[in-house]
Design a protein around this ligand. Structure first.
Ligand code: NAP
Length: 301
């Protein structure tokens, strides 16, 4: 497959063949690995733990995917994975930064360790991966980096502030990096995902124990709101639309910078753009049945 890329010189043609996906052992990463392999790409699936689910699906479809041990919190693991792919395939043409998890915690309760873990995987991991791959993309003369972000990279929700902040950071990195490496022929995009039925809650979610305790001052909010999010994810649609969006981005060099996929993204991101801050917040409070803000201004005598 020969694809035109957004390069400074229009006559250049750049082959996008070798794809590295982080967190490809489940959910969106696995769905993307399967679709891209089926579409003729050479897929290197970064997996931190067990490859069982990925290999079962791969074999059931008669596909060829190469699992690569990859922990985005471990620089040595990242270096070894990228070096192996360069050695075996000669290039990393597409990097899909997908690995991530969610923390359920109030700002009052979230511990330093929890905050660090959240950012270490969702933000620092993405930077480490990108940093390792960029020299190879530059040398090859191009490439595509796709960051799996969230509609929560564009709007806040209670109990998810640390996750929100990590995805806002992903959005900021995407916007800056794109300006840095676009002139080198490297495209950078984000996928603003809505809620999908993956392992995100069942396996990945970390819940702060103080926030979820019955004696928490936020207990009412947690009891009301956490099940709404958990249900929307656990009973959410399967993640194939994310895989299709990633494939579309790879194959269309005029793709949007941030591509919305899924009901929540398509509903809230345009609304966020069209409404004033306060009007948007009022809509969120109403939509999710959240308690409204209480405040009383008392001027000094
Ligand atoms: P998932 O099924 O839990 O997949 C997340 C993957 O990331 C897992 O395979 C996990 O591996 C991997 N991972 C976690 N920490 C890692 C690390 N340190 N190094 C390497 N891999 C690591 O959930 P998902 O929904 O597909 O999540 C994929 C991405 O979509 C995440 O960035 C998430 O924030 C984003 N997203 C999800 C939703 C949703 O509703 N599901 C919505 C918006 C955005 P292990 O199995 O080894 O833990």
């Amino acid at each position: 497959m020969v694809l035109a890329r957004s390069a400074p010189r229009k006559e250049e043609i750049f082959m996008l063949r070798n794809v590295l996906i982080t967190g490809a052992g489940s959910g969106m990463g696995m769905a993307t690995a399967l679709l891209l392999a089926q579409s003729g790409y050479r897929v290197f699936a970064g997996v931190r733990g067990s490859t069982d689910a990925l290999m079962t699906e791969t074999q059931a479809r008669g596909l060829d995917i190469t699992p690569v041990t990859l922990d985005v919190q471990d620089t040595r693991s990242i270096r070894a994975a990228v070096a192996r792919i360069i050695d075996e395939a000669g290039s990393v043409d597409v990097l899909v930064n997908n690995a991530g998890f969610g923390l359920l915690a109030t700002i009052e309760d979230g511990t330093d360790e929890e905050i660090f873990q959240q950012f270490d995987v969702n933000v620092l991991g993405l930077i480490r991966m990108t940093r390792e791959v960029l020299p190879h993309m530059r040398e090859a003369g191009g490439g595509v980096i796709i960051n799996i972000s969230s509609f929560l990279g564009r709007m806040g929700l209670p109990l998810l502030a640390h996750y929100n902040a990590s995805k806002y950071a992903v959005e900021g990195i995407t916007d800056s990096l794109r300006l840095e490496v676009g002139p080198l022929g490297i495209r950078v995009h984000s996928v603003l995902a809505g809620l999908f039925g993956t392992n995100f809650v069942k396996k990945g979610l970390v819940a702060n124990t103080a926030t979820t305790s019955e004696t928490s001052p936020y207990a009412e909010l947690v009891a009301h709101f956490a099940p709404i999010v958990a249900k929307a994810i656990n009973e959410g649609p399967t993640p194939e639309p994310i895989a299709r969006a990633v494939k579309n981005i790879i194959e269309n060099d005029d793709s949007d910078i941030a591509v919305m996929v899924g009901q929540e993204a398509e509903q809230f991101v345009p609304l966020r753009r069209s409404l004033e801050d306060k009007a948007f917040e009022a809509r969120i409070v109403e939509t999710f049945g959240l308690p409204s803000a209480r405040s009383k201004v008392v001027k000094p005598e």
